[in-house]
Design a protein. Structure first.
Length: 241
């Protein structure tokens, strides 16, 4: 943006030298359209990123709640059936916890780990086996739905990480910001010297806004993360021991 501000300024100076004050005739209309479009794109993408960030935090809270309900639902099973189901439940929570604490390639965070899928399948089979015996019939209507809701909550939280605007939105934002910088530099040609305060201020404001938008959009690999909320999952993981 700084380079295009300077380029626009030089173009403006050259046109002003050729045509005088008439060099900017009608340019204000084009400036207004581009600046309005840039403001619309920044506002739209920031609002969407913030909403999705909050939604992901809510899904994490719902996931932890469903885990607690599923764990408590095991109490309905007869004592002799509880131990294997609790052991499978712990393996499932261990797999969830490991997927969020072990350093992995960022792209792998959008794919369900094989350990989670295996632990989930094993837990479900154990719960079904415990509920199909006569002594576990009472838990069938409570435990199995609770586990199903827990699995769904975990899947929703994982899939929420992949929901982002089309890439064309970010391309438009970037290109519009660069076009605004070029036109802004052209407008700065009305003064004989560079106004570094405005030039740096415009470039910094748009750049920081774009960075915050992208950081909120990918809250597991940036500066602003949802990871602190996973401390709740860590506490729950410790309490299940």
């Amino acid at each position: 943006m700084l380079a295009l501000l300077e380029l626009g300024r030089r173009l403006g100076l050259r046109e002003r030298a050729k045509h005088g004050a008439n060099a900017r005739s009608g340019v204000g209309i084009v400036d207004g359209v581009v600046y309005s479009l840039l403001g619309l794109l920044v506002g739209f993408t920031f609002s969407g990123a913030a909403d999705r960030f909050d939604s992901r935090r809510e899904k994490i809270g719902d996931e932890v709640h469903r885990i607690r309900v599923g764990w408590e639902g095991i109490d309905i099973l007869p004592p002799e059936s509880q131990m294997p189901v609790r052991a499978g439940f712990r393996r499932y929570i261990d797999a969830l916890y490991a997927s969020d604490t072990i350093e992995r390639d960022p792209s792998d965070k959008f794919i369900e780990a094989a350990e989670i899928a295996s632990a989930r399948h094993s837990l479900w089979l154990q719960a079904v086996a415990a509920c199909t015996v006569p002594s576990g019939e009472r838990a069938r209507l409570i435990l199995l739905p609770a586990l199903g809701e827990m699995f769904v909550a975990s899947e929703r939280e994982r899939l929420a990480r992949r929901i982002h605007p089309p890439i064309i939105v970010y391309l438009m934002l970037g290109l519009t910001a660069l076009a605004a910088a070029l036109l802004g530099g052209y407008a700065f040609a009305s003064t004989p010297t560079r106004n570094w305060t405005y030039m740096l201020g415009v470039a910094a404001a748009v750049s920081v806004s774009t960075y915050v938008i992208l950081d909120l959009e990918y809250p597991r690999i940036g500066l602003f993360r949802v990871d602190p909320l996973h401390q709740v999952l860590a506490d729950l993981h410790a309490n299940l021991k």
